[in-house]
Design a protein around this ligand. Structure first.
Ligand code: CP
Ligand code: NVA
Length: 315
């Protein structure tokens, strides 16, 4: 049966660990003769991966295009608005056309229900390249970045400050719980995680020895954190809410006082793009504890691992 990554918990804890180990292996063996090329067919032709964007992107577009090429295939990057999808062709019909020609479909869109609808009919792996609800590829790269700096993820405290209701907060909850981490979300009351996601992450954490917690107290959230993460206060599609999305978040900025509350050697993450002086201080993102450039690079390695793993499992 075909495997997808529509949200972080499409992988079991053991499967997530496999993908992360593979990501490290691919990074170490990049450009060597042993590097796998699963997208090159037996006769030498290249298989195509469709990469569709209904929202802007720099890192995701880059890393999937480079990654698919390095796996021996060819990326076809499609601007959703310039496709029939943008004129109202159904997700299901679009998928049925794509899946007969490509090896996998990578999609960035708004509604999670659209991603789920694609996965429900696709005969090739579907990868969520960000929805309003989740950003699972990013969190795989983030976990790889932490693992490069710590012997294991289980038992570490991952604190996220900012918009607790956005895709990154939700993916940290699920992805961090899968890894056995203690995930803390610090956000204003009005921007709390989706209760269903918090509950699901709590169930996973029970299995893995991790935990999940939401708090409105930013100091309590950052206290002793091994990993300190944040994200933009205004996500794509929320531009009209700009005014309402500044004031309430100011106490949740990842600034020098927040960094001081975290563990001495805390790793700072930000999925980027970053807004210096808003959700993160310039001195923090440009400082010695920031891992954001490795994090951005690891999108490439983590997604190559994910594609390889999904293709293998989908046989
Ligand atoms: N972090 C991330 O997904 O960046 P892009 O929006 O540039 O793809
Ligand atoms: N939460 C942000 C992440 C960008 C990669 C957004 O959805 O715009």
């Amino acid at each position: 049966t075909v495997r997808h990554l529509t949200r972080d918990d499409d992988l079991t804890p053991a499967e997530q660990a496999e993908v992360l180990a593979l990501a490290a292996q691919l990074k170490a063996g990049r450009h060597t003769a042993a590097a796998p090329t699963p997208l090159r067919a037996a006769n030498g032709t290249q298989r195509t991966v469709a990469v569709l964007f209904d929202k802007p992107s720099t890192r995701t577009r880059l890393s999937f295009a480079v990654g698919v090429t390095e796996l021996g295939g060819q990326p076809l990057v499609i601007d959703g608005a310039a496709s029939q999808l943008g004129r109202g062709e159904s997700v299901e019909d679009t998928t049925r056309v794509l899946d007969r020609q490509v090896a996998a479909i990578v999609w960035r869109t708004s509604g999670q229900e659209r991603m789920d609808a694609m996965a429900a009919v696709s005969r090739v792996p579907v990868v969520n390249a960000l929805t309003d609800s989740f950003h699972p590829c990013q969190v795989l790269a983030d976990l790889q970045t932490v693992l490069e700096r710590r012997p294991q993820l289980a038992g570490l405290t991952l604190s996220y400050l900012g918009d607790g209701a956005n895709n990154m907060a939700h993916s940290y909850l699920l992805g961090g719980a899968l890894a056995g981490m203690h995930v803390r979300i610090g956000s204003p009351e009005a921007f709390q995680p989706d209760p269903a996601v918090l509950t699901r992450a709590g169930q996973i954490a029970k299995e893995t020895g991790g935990s999940v917690q939401w708090t409105a107290d930013p100091a309590a959230a950052a206290d002793g954190a091994d990993v300190l993460a944040t994200d933009a206060w205004v996500s794509m599609g929320q531009e009209s809410e700009h005014a309402a999305r500044t004031g309430p978040f100011v106490p949740y900025a990842v600034d020098e006082p927040a960094l001081t509350r975290a563990a001495d050697d805390a790793v700072v993450l930000h999925c980027l793009p970053a807004y210096r002086g808003k959700e993160i201080a310039a001195s923090v993102i440009d400082g010695p504890q920031s891992a954001v450039w490795d994090e951005a690079e690891n999108r490439l390695h983590a997604q190559k691992a994910l594609l390889l793993w999904l293709l293998e499992r989908s046989g």
